[in-house]
Design a protein around this ligand. Sequence first.
Ligand code: NAD
Length: 480
Amino acid sequence: MTTTLSDLPVAQFIGGQWVDGTATMPVHNPATGTEIATVADGDDTTALAALDAAVAAQQDWAATDPRHRSDILLRAFHLLHAETERIARTITLEMGKPLVEARGEVAYGAEFLRWFAEETTRGSGAYFRAPSGGRRIAVRTLPVGPVFAITPWNFPLAMVTRKVAPALAAGCTVVLKPAPQTPLTALSFMQILAEAGVPSGVVNCVTTSRAPLVSGRILSDTRLRKLTFTGSTAVGRTLLTQAAQGVLRASMELGGNAPFVVLESADLDKAVGGAVLAKLRNGGQTCVAADRFLVHESRAAEFTERFLAAVAALPVGDGLDPATRIGPMIDGAAVHRISALIDEAVGQGAHLHTVGTGTAGSGHFLQPAVLTGVDTRTRLWNSEVFGPVAAIRTFTDPAAALHLANATDSGLAGYVFGENLSDTLEFAEDLQTGMVGVNTGAISDPAAPFGGMKSSGLGREGGSTGLEEYQELQYLAIER
Ligand code: NAD
């Protein structure tokens, strides 16, 4: 690995230029607590400049041929692959995940560029005779217009490509505001897009520690046509209220609190493997992380014992260490918040098994924990954990388990394991979640619609619906 952090862009990307702004903000490595870079800290002036650039570029970009946009996205896909090591290392340094997972994120994130490069070349629309008479109805798609994209820190690349790729494919221009914890990956991606041939102003990136200031400036501008947000439900609600003023199209990918159900017929090899993936990928800092484990009474002792053994084999440490399987939490506040959830659950009768191994240096490390007998009234059970903590309860009646699984405002992901096909599928279909893993703990796929029901969100990313989120429909009523 020859690349150093000094090679990375640290200015904002506006109208095809690297713009410093008037202030800077530090970026920290959560594995060491040390400052690794200083990045431009944007404000309402740079926010306006970025929106001006996106608005100015919108008409020409919308007029490009789909094949042209597709070729650019494919070039970006290949460039990203060629840069895997550099980008993966950047992700690990600013976010903490193990390097092997960061490489996986680059591969996954890049796939959105390829998927939407292909999707945009498939024509869509309709031309048909009105049921009531001779009138013809023609329907065509248009880009919705300039898009404001706000992304979280937990997947610094993939959450960006999942928005930017379909927006560009649809013919929309973009202002991106990445999370303040992870601006370096987003800025490197801007570099790749420019190299791939994305014209000046079509994509812009404002890095900032002052999210409400920047976002308020952009959202109050009537030239903006769409907001796409991935982050917490609380911030999503605030942004939806602001977006309502401009009657903006809005996509919301918000928080989860996924149930993970092990039915009596489950294959425990699959269930334990799935639990490790669904709970501990990204140190549990995923929106689709399994939080509430519901295990059939007859399988609970063996499942818990095998899950504990599997978790104990995952070393905690600095993501740059090749042996590490669980990196640090994003910051000290996350460690305190999650520790408090554990303490409170134990105070309410849960049994704590702390099983992690490995180092705990000066960074924000948290040993993985498994708790059994967790009370359903605890915050651990009822809130999104966003860390390496599994809460387990047992059940005998699948109907009661289903009721508990659905007894939440969240509806992002769910998991069910069972070998009795009809029972397992029936259970999966009855889960009130936008996505269900059936005998798998890994559900993300660029070809599938990712998103949640209830307060977990609005709209879907990926799949063919992912493009429609950035398209407007126009219908022509044609009398002959
Ligand atoms: P967050 O809501 O704190 O921040 C997300 C983004 O919003 C960041 O860029 C942040 O700077 C910005 N932001 C914060 N306050 C803002 C405000 N008042 N106005 C405008 N922007 C604001 O979330 P986070 O801690 O970065 O990410 C974790 C959350 O994201 C979890 O709840 C997780 O479930 C969710 N998430 C959801 C998905 C999904 O696809 N559903 C994917 C990844 C993460």
